[in-house]
Design a protein. Structure first.
Ligand code: FES
Ligand code: FES
Lengths: 150, 150
DNA sequence: ATCTATTTGGACCAATCTACTCCTATTGGC
DNA sequence: GCCAATAGGAGTAGATTGGTCCAAATAGAT
């Protein structure tokens, strides 16, 4: 089904919540309460985002998470990579660890790379700010995706 | 990992094999032998492709499968849809059956649609002939993906 | 007409992955 | 020193996947 993991979906929601209060450190429990997502899972998502360098966590009392960059400077591709690992739509693209079982005899070795790069580009062109555009007006709507926003 | 199911991967390999002998009806076992894929799984893949109208199966002795269209007229998107169902990267896009659990309170309702359409377009622009281009010369290389084919 | 090869459609199972939870250690402020 | 919160890991129940198998339908050949 060409599914993106639900974690990535949550990731964007969580980032959106953080972006809505740019100067306020919010704890994982706080974010969970305001988004309606399972608290423990939100914690895990924020941990992964922190590892990826998209948010910075502060421990201790009055601690919490903060966006490490402005929403316009964060692409959806980065969120996907932080939560789901590198984009590799099949086992036959260069980045994949588990090589395709029939790559020796396969006629199409490497043919998926073009598709993979195209998808990667599509994800890179959309920023977090673009996804929040209907709510806050950060910047003009994306240029490449005019068909999607009628 | 933004994974496309392995079935789709196999689907393209199988289609490629059929395309290499355009006038010859090939049985599932035949295709399996020539691709090195598990025979029973190849049968399942061809069944799904037949249901999707991409290949036409002829039963009985000397039967087999035949491409129902020319390779240039078959997009990767069609193969993906036939084997993996409609492209819906998250549970929050319009096409998805299982609605996102927090869509009521979610701020980003519908924001994934733009990304989804962009990916769909990327898949539609690549044809089966394009994927076989390194082997046979069907037509000029894809225009939109020049970065992918240096 | 009968036989045989082959597709079709369905159900079926084992392995894997996912979403989610929980526990412990570490860190910083009060 | 104590409390609040992250960091990092392990662990589990459920869903999904890749793969197999078998009965039924169908078309060509004898
Ligand atoms: S299908 Fe994997 S290398 Fe061709
Ligand atoms: S995350 Fe599903 S509707 Fe917003």
């Amino acid at each position: 089904m060409l599914r993106l993991s639900k974690m990535t979906d949550y990731g964007v929601v969580v980032m959106g919540r953080l972006a809505s209060r740019p100067d306020e450190r919010q704890s994982a429990a706080d974010v969970a309460a305001n988004t309606g997502l399972p608290p423990a899972t939100v914690g895990q998502v924020l941990k992964a985002l922190a590892t990826g360098g998209l948010v910075s966590g502060t421990r201790g009392a009055q601690g919490g998470y903060l966006l490490s960059r402005r929403p316009e400077a964060i692409s959806v591709a980065e969120i996907v990579v932080a939560l789901d690992g590198p984009v590799a739509i099949t086992a036959c693209v260069e980045g994949a660890d588990d090589p395709c079982s029939v790559e020796a005899t396969c006629l199409l070795k490497g043919s998926w790379d073009a598709v993979n790069i195209a998808i990667e580009d599509a994800l890179k062109q959309v920023t977090l700010a673009d996804m929040l555009a209907p709510l806050f007006q950060f910047n003009p709507p994306p240029t490449e995706l005019r068909e999607a926003t009628p």
